[in-house]
Design a binder for this molecule. Structure first.
Ligand code: GLY
Length: 377
């Protein structure tokens, strides 16, 4: 595959990378093996035992592993290992786990194993993959997202969990994990992606017959709307599915959603709205959707034909630059970089705030531009 000459993007990205290094060094000293989510008054708090299963708990070790890979500084590795060990408390408590074991242990343990070959990390990753595979519903051919009497719910976010299954198949030389990931992705393509490139967040299938039941609103404005982070998960998730399977329909789905995402992001100067189909007022943004989409666009740029690459690479660059210009905090005395992330449309307390995964994907995007990242997914 002919490569895009990224040198023209590197000047800006190198400048931002230097700022990331200063900020993360200071933050890692302060945060250490605490598990952060949303800072208050410039400081992260530890998620503690009550929050140990929360789906975002892998992003801090993910940042630390990316920084270790980029800088080779041991401190990042040691800190990431400390968080990984703390997360055993979650891994060893089955009933608290759901499909987001992918988000957590791809970052906490598979990343460790990929970089260091650590056998304990591999065991943790395989255990998490077993948990994820156990959520497969063969009637509807999907991975059940959540616990609590919702066995028919499948959600777009889950595409980002499936790389754990592809990894497990390669490690064990057992195709079952990858087959589950592929079947789930086929079902997501069938029910979640709409013809115009927008996506549902949630689809409910009958867990006994597998028949389509409903597509209620999720973390966006409502039923039929277009939650921007969901669209970003689709851009990135389908191109990852393509990378692991070579199935052209996954690549086409990723491109279709990418075109829809870029067209909508352009309307607000590349900082995406929280929902592309919410009422005009009030206006809410979600930078995390932008950072995730940027990483997906850069992944797309790597796999498409040379003539197509520019659209995706420049789209990603525009989003990352817009986020940096308007919403980045480079003060090393304060935790977190990217502000204006939103977890959910109808909840004020975590709307337009800094959130750990905004930082993770922003950092991955900058490292991707500089070819300093490694693939956690
Ligand atoms: N569950 C993933 C998200 O909120 O995007």
């Amino acid at each position: 595959m002919e490569k895009l000459d990224k040198r023209e993007y590197c000047g800006w990205a190198e400048e931002i990378y230097q700022k990331i290094c200063v900020k993360m060094k200071a933050q890692a000293q302060r945060v250490g093996t605490d598990i952060p989510y949303i800072p208050e008054n410039g400081r992260y708090k530890d998620m503690g035992n009550e929050g140990i299963h929360w789906w975002t708990n892998g992003f801090w070790p993910g940042i630390l592993w990316q920084m270790y890979h980029a800088t080779n500084e041991e401190f990042y590795k040691e800190t990431a290992r400390g968080v990984e060990k703390r997360l055993d408390q979650a891994l060893n408590h089955y009933s608290g786990l759901d499909h987001d074991v992918g988000f957590i242990w791809l970052h906490a343990s598979v990343a460790d194993y990929r970089l260091t070959g650590d056998e304990e990390a591999k065991e943790r990753g395989l255990k998490a993959a077993g948990v994820l595979a156990s959520r497969y519903n063969p009637a509807g051919q999907y991975l059940s997202a959540w616990n609590g009497n919702r066995p028919g719910h499948m959600i777009i976010d889950c595409l980002m969990n499936t790389p754990l299954l592809y990894w497990a198949s390669r490690e064990t030389e057992d195709p079952r994990f990858a087959l589950i990931a592929e079947r789930h992705t086929d079902t997501a393509l069938k029910y979640i992606v709409r013809e115009d490139g927008s996506c549902n967040h949630i689809v409910i299938l009958d867990p006994v017959t597998g028949e389509f039941t409903d597509n209620p609103g999720g973390q966006g404005y409502g039923k039929g709307s277009s939650w921007s982070r969901g669209q970003a998960w689709a851009v990135y998730g389908f191109v990852l599915g393509y990378k692991y399977t070579g199935k052209i329909e996954y690549l086409e789905a990723s491109k279709r959603v990418a075109h829809y995402f870029l067209a909508n992001a352009a309307i607000t100067d590349y900082v995406p709205l929280l929902d592309f189909r919410a009422p005009k007022e009030p206006v809410y943004y979600d930078t995390t959707a932008g950072a995730i989409a940027a990483c997906g666009l850069l992944a797309l740029a790597e796999v498409v034909d040379i003539f197509e690459k520019r659209l995706y690479a420049e789209g990603a660059l525009k989003i990352l630059k817009a986020i940096e210009k308007k919403h980045c905090n480079w003060n090393p005395e304060e935790d977190s970089i990217v502000d204006f992330g939103s977890a959910k449309y109808h909840r004020e307390e975590d709307r337009e705030v800094p959130i750990i995964y905004g930082d993770y994907f922003f950092i991955e995007g900058i490292l991707r531009l500089l070819e300093k990242s490694f693939l956690i997914w």
